[in-house]
Design a protein around this ligand. Structure first.
Ligand code: PEP
Ligand code: MG
Length: 294
C-alpha cells in the first residue's frame, strides 16, 4: 500500500473531473515543516501557534516570535503558511499567561477572547507575524469566532499593528490573506455576514463537533456522542461552504474530519476547496481526491 500511495507524492491534488483542491498540512512547530515537504503537501493550512506559549514561565517576545515565523516561512519556500493566532484556553492550557481557573473552560475565556481582552499581548503576536510576512507567503487566521464584531475588531487591530510597524520603518507584505476558523455554531449561522469580511474560512471540525453536539471533546464519558460525521455537523458545514461560494471566498477544513477519506468526495461536493490534514495523511487524502467525481 505504501508503494501505491507514493505514486501520489509528486502529483497535483485534483479530482477525476478536474477540480483542483489545495491539500495542506496541520503543524504544531517549525520542525514539522520537514514532514510537510516529505509528504508533498502544498502548504500549511493550520500552524497551531499555541506552542509558542506552552511549557514556559514567561511570554515569548515579539523578536522571538518574529524569528520563529520567519524561519517557518523561509523553510516553506513560497508555499502558503496559514498561522492561527494563539488558541489558548480550554484544552490548550499555558502557564505563562496565568489564566484564571474556570468552571467551563471550553465555554470560557479562550482564543480570540483572550486576544481581544489583552490587546498588547495580541499585538505582539500580530506584529511578529507582519514583520515575518516579507519572507514568504503568509496568511493570518483567527480561532473561535462567534461574531462579525470580533472579526472587525481583529482587522482593526491588524491594521493598527501594520501602521505602527510601517512608521517604525519595518517592511510588511501588503497582500496578507485574512481568514477565520469556523468552529462554533454561531459562526456557521452567520457565515454569509462573516464571508463578507474575510478572505477565507477554515472549518475547525473538532470544536464545531464539540459545540454543535454539546459534547466535551476530551471527556471519555461522552465520547460515544462525539462524532464529527454527525448529520447536524455536516449540514452546518455544507451551509458554510455554500455561503463562502456566494461571497467568492474559499472555504477549507482543518479539523480532523479533513483527513477522513471516506468523506473526501462529499466534502468536495459541498464546495470545500482546501483540506488541511496531518502530514502522515497527505497521500491518502490526495488519492481520495483523485478518485472523486461528482
Ligand atoms: C478544530 O477545532 O477542529 C481545530 C482544527 O483546532 P484545534 O483542534 O486546535 O482546536
Ligand atoms: Mg479548534
Amino acid at each position: 500500500e505504501l508503494e501505491e500511495l507514493k505514486r501520489y507524492l509528486h502529483k497535483p491534488s485534483v479530482t477525476k473531473n478536474g477540480r483542483v483542491i489545495k491539500l495542506y498540512n496541520n503543524i504544531g512547530s517549525v520542525d514539522d515543516i520537514a514532514a510537510v515537504e516529505a509528504n508533498g503537501a502544498e502548504g500549511v493550512g493550520l500552524f497551531r501557534s499555541e506552542f509558542l506559549y506552552m511549557g514556559r514561565s514567561s511570554l515569548p517576545t515579539e523578536e522571538e516570535q518574529t524569528a520563529i515565523y520567519t524561519k517557518a516561512l523561509k523553510a516553506l519556500q513560497g508555499k502558503l503558511l496559514i498561522v492561527r493566532t494563539m488558541d489558548i484556553g480550554a484544552d490548550k492550557q499555558v502557564t505563562c499567561l496565568r489564566l484564571k481557573k474556570e468552571a467551563n473552560p471550553a465555554l470560557g475565556k479562550r482564543a480570540v477572547r483572550i486576544c481581544l481582552a489583552d490587546k498588547p499581548l495580541f499585538k505582539e503576536q500580530l506584529k511578529a507575524l507582519l514583520r515575518a510576512s516579507v519572507y514568504g507567503k503568509l496568511a493570518i487566521m483567527i480561532p473561535m469566532i462567534i461574531s462579525v464584531d470580533e472579526v472587525r475588531q481583529c482587522k482593526q487591530i491588524i491594521a493598527e499593528c501594520k501602521e505602527e510597524l510601517l512608521k517604525a520603518d519595518y517592511k510588511v507584505a501588503d497582500d496578507i490573506p485574512f481568514g477565520i476558523m469556523i468552529e462554533t455554531p454561531a459562526a456557521c449561522v452567520l457565515a454569509d455576514e462573516l464571508a463578507a469580511e474575510v478572505d477565507f474560512f477554515s472549518i475547525g471540525t473538532n470544536d464545531l463537533t464539540q459545540y454543535t453536539l454539546a459534547c466535551d471533546r476530551q471527556n471519555p464519558d461522552v465520547a460515544y456522542l462525539y462524532d464529527d460525521t454527525n448529520e447536524a455537523v455536516l449540514r452546518l458545514m455544507k451551509m458554510v461552504a455554500e455561503a463562502a461560494q456566494r461571497h467568492g471566498i474559499w472555504a477549507g477544513i482543518c479539523g480532523e474530519l479533513a483527513g477522513n477519506t471516506a468523506l473526501t468526495s462529499k466534502l468536495i461536493e459541498y464546495g470545500f476547496t482546501e483540506l488541511s490534514v496531518s502530514p502522515a495523511k497527505t497521500l491518502a487524502v490526495r488519492r481520495a481526491i483523485a478518485h472523486t467525481t461528482f
